[in-house]
Design a protein around this ligand. Structure first.
Ligand code: HEC
Ligand code: HEC
Length: 238
């Protein structure tokens, strides 16, 4: 073997080693992403009964479409999206059904207690039919409760969240672009896990961006997020 061939062989070995290394780096960075955002959790959405979903579409179109729009994509500053993937992922049937039944007092979301359980279930099936990701609400609702410091949370809320959700989280009614997260109608039905996930991951294609991770506008730590939840829990009584 002459020197030229020998150098070539060494070079191609090096290329193999380097590409092997960089592949390993790729996998490890994917892993750390998975850890920081549950959003990348794979899995398929649950199967929806097509007859129930199409019945639900009709009930939806009679009662909800005016505010939540066609395909429930929502309307900024007026009604939130109900087919947003990050929303559907963390919403349990219980949360959806109770919110539809009771509405949200002091907001534009009226109660639909006059609809029978079957109708409400069919709406939920219609909404779920838009899901492209697995429903992780059971894990999210089982997360521990926030042990945060409400005084620190208030600082974050006033400096970041109030811009869109209103000074006391009063929502659209106060001219805000975000929903009424300071009102009992939301807080009594949302678990700390639901709120935590929403703050960290955000909701794609809405103005609610995620607040966790290097690409976030403000990279809030898990502790900061829990401080905000602790503060939010105190707002309705103020
Ligand atoms: C740039 C505007 C903006 C900012 C800043 C913002 N949000 Fe939001 N947020 C929204 C919008 C808009 C929605 C509703 C999304 C939709 O329309 O579908 C939302 C939804 C939410 C929800 C879900 C509420 C529900 O009704 O289900 C929570 C919880 C929330 N935001 C918390 C926060 C917190 C806490 C902060 C501060 C760290 C914050 N947001 C900052 C715009 C914002
Ligand atoms: C008159 C307008 C209006 C109608 C009609 C209406 N909604 Fe709403 N809905 C709203 C508003 C406004 C909100 C946000 C309230 C807030 O600020 O927290 C909302 C919130 C919701 C939420 C919570 C979403 C979230 O991000 O947490 C669900 C679920 C919902 N509506 C389902 C329905 C369904 C299903 C129907 C029909 C049966 C319906 N709504 C009819 C205005 C409406």
């Amino acid at each position: 073997m002459n020197t030229k061939n020998f150098v070539l062989i060494i070079l191609s070995c090096l290329v193999l080693v380097i590409s092997g290394c960089s592949k390993e780096q790729d996998t490890s960075s994917t892993n750390s992403n998975t850890k920081s955002a549950t959003s990348s959790m794979a899995g398929l959405p649950e199967k929806v009964d097509p007859a129930l979903a199409s019945a639900g579409k009709a009930v939806y179109e009679q009662n909800c479409v005016f505010c939540h729009q066609a395909d429930a994509i929502g309307k900024p500053g007026f009604a939130p999206s109900l087919t947003n993937q990050e929303f559907l992922r963390v919403s349990s049937d219980k949360f959806l059904m109770a919110t539809i039944r009771d509405g949200r007092a002091g907001t534009g979301m009226p109660p639909f207690s006059h609809l029978g359980r079957k109708d409400v279930e069919s709406i939920v099936a219609y909404l779920r039919d838009h899901a492209t990701q697995a429903n992780i609400s059971a894990q999210v609702d089982a997360q521990p409760r926030s042990q945060g410091d409400e005084r620190l949370g208030r600082f974050w809320f006033d400096s970041i969240c109030a811009t869109c959700h209103g000074t006391n989280g009063d929502g659209y009614i106060a001219g805000s672009t975000g929903t009424a997260i300071g009102k009992a109608g939301f807080l009594d039905k949302a678990t700390d896990g639901f709120i935590r996930e929403t703050i960290k991951v955000g909701r794609s294609n809405t103005r609610m961006i995620g607040y966790s991770g290097p690409e976030a506008m403000a990279n809030l730590s898990d502790g900061d997020v829990d401080d905000i939840i602790a503060y939010l829990r105190t707002v309705p009584s103020k």
